[in-house]
Design a protein around this ligand. Structure first.
Ligand code: 7PJ
Length: 282
């Protein structure tokens, strides 16, 4: 399984790690620590060094209750870091955005992937994404970040998430986007209770459409906090466990804050399942 990211391809034969680089002053898990471009660059290179195949740059917080930011502000947070990072790493560079302006600017600055929690539903987003040539992650969300955790409701969460993703895949195809560019994401924590999240994790393969790769983002989320009773900084072990379960249940991209720990866990899984990527014996 391969993902086409502009002129490059990302091998997804085995699960890979997407490291989170928050460029927002209000992000819940590492808020404010990486806003300064020099610091953000150092952090991005550290994530790549730890084995992240993808670095996800985000300039708008989408945590529950977060307020939207202007395109200008988001551009100002993301573009300087992206522009300086591009020549310094071979990692796939992803931009977490829903705004067509930023999609265009990011593609021009060398981004490889657009990660959109609104699944290209904003006016103009589908066209901007199509023209970018980038790979595209389509995520499910019920409601919008400001209010989505108030009362999430589903009759059949797996069927409803799948139907939504199917509709978005069709919209992408109609816009001329090849399947080789698409990634699907059930959107853990985006308008979902703990039970909804657990049901999706258990049945992850069932949201897959036509063999497209699945991305899972569980890292440090409140479901891990609820299960372990830990604050966000202390959710590393629970998050690694969740990432490993997601990989075993079919996820090919794991979006995480704790890259080194997750990469090791995935190596253990790879050793068990064998095949290409099996570690060399010492
Ligand atoms: C996700 C994301 C996710 C994708 C965030 C957080 C909240 N993008 N952006 N999937 N989560 N594709 O990191 O807790 O689950 S922001």
């Amino acid at each position: 399984m391969q993902l086409r990211c502009g002129g490059r391809t990302l091998d997804l034969q085995r699960p890979v790690v997407m490291g989170v680089l928050n460029l927002t002053p209000d992000s819940f898990s590492d808020g404010g620590r990486y806003v300064e471009p020099d610091q953000a660059l150092r952090r991005a290179l550290a994530l790549a060094g730890q084995g992240a195949a993808i670095i996800d740059l985000g300039g708008e917080s989408t945590r529950p209750g977060a307020a939207p930011v202007s395109a200008e502000e988001e551009l100002g947070r993301v573009l300087p870091v992206l522009g300086r990072l591009r020549p310094l790493t071979g990692a796939i560079l992803s931009v977490d955005t829903s705004k067509p302006e930023l999609m265009r600017a990011a593609a021009a600055a060398g981004a490889d992937l657009i990660n959109d929690v609104y699944a290209l539903r904003a006016p103009g987003a589908l066209e901007a994404a199509a023209e970018s040539g980038c790979a595209l992650c389509l995520m499910h969300m019920q409601g919008e970040p400001r209010t989505m955790q108030r009362a999430p409701q589903y009759t059949d969460v797996v069927a409803e998430v799948r139907a939504f993703l199917e509709e978005r895949v069709e919209a992408c195809r109609a816009a001329g986007i090849a399947d080789e560019r698409l990634v699907l994401d059930p959107g853990f924590g985006f308008g979902k209770t703990l039970e909804h999240n657990l049901t999706l994790l258990r049945h992850l393969e069932e949201v897959r459409i036509d063999g497209l790769p699945i991305l899972a983002g569980l890292s440090r989320k409140s479901m891990i906090g609820t299960i372990t009773g830990k604050l966000s900084q202390e959710r590393v072990h629970g998050s690694v466990a969740a990432a490993l379960i997601a990989a075993q249940n079919g996820a090919r991209i794991l979006r995480v804050h704790d890259v080194a720990a997750t990469v090791d866990a995935l190596k253990v899984l790879a050793a068990l399942t064998g095949g290409p990527g099996e570690p060399e014996r010492q």
